[in-house]
Design a binder for this molecule. Structure first.
Ligand code: ZN
Ligand code: ZN
Length: 368
């Protein structure tokens, strides 16, 4: 059983997305000068590297190395952030986590997404069943989900599972909640995983999860039709479903792809944005603002991107009132109560009105 499971997660040393690594490098003032499929090539921040890039950072696991023999620095992404930003290990972890939703994709990626029309590789349904049954037999995992506000019906409906299979990267067993992901027709294509812990924020997706080619819960939401609510994470979407709104999808990884836009266009006429309300992020040498970053809230940026790309739809934003997106200074839908979710969805406002509110982050340089 363990070997089957591990086979499904072969090569899951990927803890970061390329966009996240890129954002962390920008945030640490490391100058990226090129990229290959595997690495970002950069000017080494540890020696006087001004012309030929000597520094390579792996896009999947964040390890870096300087090829200048006189320097030869190497290490992992946390170590890089610790030394360049002069912070401790926990602060470094937080800085990296904050870039998790960093968007952006290369031109090559976008082209591939548009051209891809082959069916997505199937993920075995029997693994989903087995993990789901494992959840009910694992009291601390169930308790974690109950703490996060999930009812048993919701856990059943979404076939939420639990895995304690060995994690190669960590060198210890997983302690992971799994949520199955499907293509738009409802065929399973993979799993989204996160640790059953309030303190350890570890995420693992199944190998080659086609995040850009499907939206979480799209196969169910498109049957509801009409209005769709857009959130960022599986947990947000499951909580909104539980609050009584089954027409909800999650854009995993905070990046909206041309494929996503095409599907939203096809199945829905009204789109409600309920993306995260992150703290301001400042990127030295920001790709959008240049040298002096004016600041971004990535989840709000994502919402604006969706609005920009769906111009012929009715666009709405979920807010609590004119002063707050989420109540109680919360940042996402899975951190508030079902009743608070319902209040926000009762209070949706049209895009033009949202854009007039101070909380709309209008001075975001990209979209004003
Ligand atoms: Zn160096
Ligand atoms: Zn910026």
């Amino acid at each position: 059983v363990a070997s089957r499971w591990n086979a499904g997660w072969e090569g899951t040393s990927e803890v970061y997305t390329a966009a996240q690594v890129e954002a962390v490098l920008e945030n640490s003032d490391v100058e990226i000068v090129g990229e290959t499929a595997e690495v970002f090539t950069c000017l080494c921040p540890y020696h006087g590297n001004t012309d030929t890039a000597a520094f390579a950072v792996n896009k999947r696991n964040g390890t870096y190395i300087c090829f200048n023999p006189a320097c030869g620095r190497s290490g992992n992404l946390e170590g890089l952030v610790m030394s360049l930003q002069n912070v401790g290990v926990y602060q470094a972890k937080r800085i990296i986590m904050r870039q998790r939703r960093a968007g952006g994709s290369s031109f090559q990626d976008r082209l591939k997404e548009i051209l891809a029309d082959e069916p997505l590789p199937a993920f075995p349904q029997d693994i989903i069943y087995r993990l789901h049954s494992q959840l009910w037999k694992t009291p601390h995992a169930l308790e974690y989900m109950h703490d996060r506000g999930f009812e048993d019906d919701t856990l059943s409906y979404f076939e939420v599972g639990y895995s304690n299979a060995y994690d190669k990267r960590l060198g210890r067993d997983k302690d992971m909640i799994t949520v199955p992901m499907h293509d738009y027709q409802g065929n399973p294509v993979g799993l989204v995983g996160r640790w059953a812990s309030h303190t350890e924020k570890i995420f693992r997706n199944s190998d080659k999860l086609p995040k850009k080619e499907t939206l979480f819960n799209l196969h169910r939401a498109r049957k509801v039709g009409g209005t769709v609510i857009i959130v960022e994470a599986t947990f947000d979407a499951m909580r909104i479903h539980q609050a009584g709104f089954p027409g909800v999808v999650a854009v995993l990884g905070g990046h909206i792809s041309p494929w996503h836009i095409a599907q939203l266009n096809r199945y829905f006429d009204t789109v409600i944005i309920m993306t995260d309300y992150d703290d301001w992020q400042y990127y030295p040498n920001c790709k959008k603002c240049g040298r002096k970053c004016k600041g971004h809230r990535p989840g709000r940026d994502l919402g604006n991107q969706i609005v920009e790309q769906l111009r012929n739809k009715k666009m709405r934003w979920a807010v609590t009132d004119e002063g707050a997106v989420f109540p109680r200074e919360q940042k996402d839908a899975c951190s508030i109560t079902d009743e608070e979710i319902r209040t926000m969805l009762r209070n949706v406002i049209p895009n033009f009105k949202y854009q007039q509110l101070p909380l709309a982050s209008r001075h975001n340089p990209c979209y004003n």
